[in-house]
Design a protein around this ligand. Structure first.
Ligand code: F0G
Length: 417
């Protein structure tokens, strides 16, 4: 690395530095995670004005993303809606809730923010192909961006990955490998064999993924003034760390004064990280057989736990554990009170906020943002929702009005469930 470089890769443990051309994922010295580090003194963005006139999205912030943006592989990701949810706020018991609806990304999840940057980097590194292990969304997103870049792609997923995500990976032409086992086992396979086939790993252990996902933090900072807290569903621990990275960069650049507290939410049967935080431990105790209906975050050994722990401690946030039932109720409430369709893992953020209010751990006066990470259609499961009414009609023989009046539908009040 040259002294005058504007950015480099740096180990979060031993601080060893690597040039941006380094193709590895972890530190050669100590094996720990790497961060992309910007020399903020040399970044020419001391005011919001250079961003303001640009279209919303990840590349609005191109000066803060050290890849060649003239060669970006993009589907116009990011710039997702921040939606104030007054009916949901009442349900949760808080003054104000916003949902950052990441389901509005091109492939329906926040992963696209990371992929646009990391696949751009992959092309820059002239890799032969790309590979990931995934609970589903990473696979769907990587498959799409690889298709856009014309790169061969292999996705390795657990056998029970959600239908919508598998369908996306197939549609975009990825090789689909189903593992008879968990996400953690899929990731182990990818780590041990990617080098042999010469493919570049695009899991969130790859710091370039988080470099794209940090723009979620930039957007929150641009859209929200004042004090607020952020609730994030946590699986492999990458996204919460990425959002915090974005926010701290802006603080260090002097573009924002305050940073929010970060709250990580995990599901009861897959909560190694949240347990560690709650018990104030410094070492993660992995879980062998994680279980939850929120398949996206069914992870027992989160790779980025050290970065996520740093985010929670530095921001003076916390972690919260929710049950599958609480996740289902939150998913239904978001869908029926606000018209927003999110997948179960995403609803964990809202369930987590509700739980913290109930436990008296946050005040009802707080303003919070729930990151709803993926779209409802990713994980279609009609059994999870009790239909308000399901009517079948024989055309020409039955009248709709008659059937509705039989069920008293036209008199029904709007209800949550
Ligand atoms: N929400 C959704 C919808 C996800 O797909 C994921 C992760 C998360 C939250 C958690 O984010 O891992 O950065 O803590 N999905 C990964 C995948 C693991 O393979 O699609 P994280």
């Amino acid at each position: 690395m040259k002294k005058d470089d504007k950015a480099w890769l740096q180990c979060i443990n031993c601080q060893a530095v690597y040039p941006l051309s380094y193709r590895g994922y972890i530190c050669r010295e100590c094996g720990d995670l790497l961060d992309v580090v910007l020399d903020l003194d040399r970044v020419d963005t001391r005011s919001w004005s250079i961003f303001k006139d640009r279209p919303k999205g990840v590349w609005r912030y191109r000066e803060l993303i050290p890849v060649d943006s003239s060669k970006k592989v993009t589907l116009n990701e990011g710039g997702t809606p921040l939606i104030e949810c007054s009916r949901l706020s009442k349900w949760v018991g808080l003054k104000k809730i916003y949902i950052k609806f990441e389901g509005a990304n091109p492939t329906g999840s926040f992963k696209d923010r990371g992929m646009t940057v990391a696949v751009t980097k992959a092309v820059e590194l002239k890799v032969k192909g790309v590979i990931c292990a995934s609970t589903g969304n990473t696979a769907a997103s990587l498959a799409a961006y690889a298709a856009r870049a014309g790169l061969p792609c292999i996705t390795v997923i657990p056998q029970d990955a959600a239908l919508g995500k598998v369908f996306q990976a197939l549609a975009h032409g990825a090789v689909l490998v189903k593992v008879r086992g968990s996400f953690d086992q899929a990731l182990r396979i990818v780590f041990s064999e990617a080098e042999e086939i010469g493919y570049y790993i695009l899991n969130s252990v790859n710091a370039w993924r988080l470099e794209g996902q940090k723009t979620l933090g930039y957007e929150l900072a641009e859209e929200l003034g004042g004090e607020y807290s952020v609730f994030v569903p946590v699986g492999n621990c990458g996204n919460i760390a990425a959002i915090w990275k974005g926010l701290t960069e802006l603080k260090n650049l002097g573009l924002i004064e305050n940073t929010p507290k970060m709250f990580g939410v995990q599901a009861e049967g897959a909560a190694p990280f949240a347990k560690m935080v709650r018990e104030n431990r410094d070492i993660l105790d992995p879980i062998k057989d994680p279980q939850t209906i929120a398949s996206a975050i069914r992870i027992g050994k989160p790779v980025n736990w050290k970065k996520a722990l740093r985010a929670i401690r530095e921001s003076r946030g916390d972690a919260v554990i929710v049950s599958d039932m609480e996740i289902r109720e939150a998913q239904a409430a978001i869908a029926r009170l606000e018209g927003l369709g999110v997948e179960p893992a995403s609803a964990a953020s809202v369930a987590g906020a509700k739980k913290m209010v109930e436990e008296g751990r946050i005040s009802p006066d707080e303003v919070i943002v729930c990151i709803c990470t993926g779209h409802l259609l990713k994980d279609p499961n009609p059994e999870l929702f009790k239909p308000k009414a399901l009517i079948e009609i024989e055309p020409g023989k039955q009248k709709l009005t008659h059937e509705l009046s039989k069920l008293n539908i036209l008199q029904l009040e709007t209800t949550t469930h």
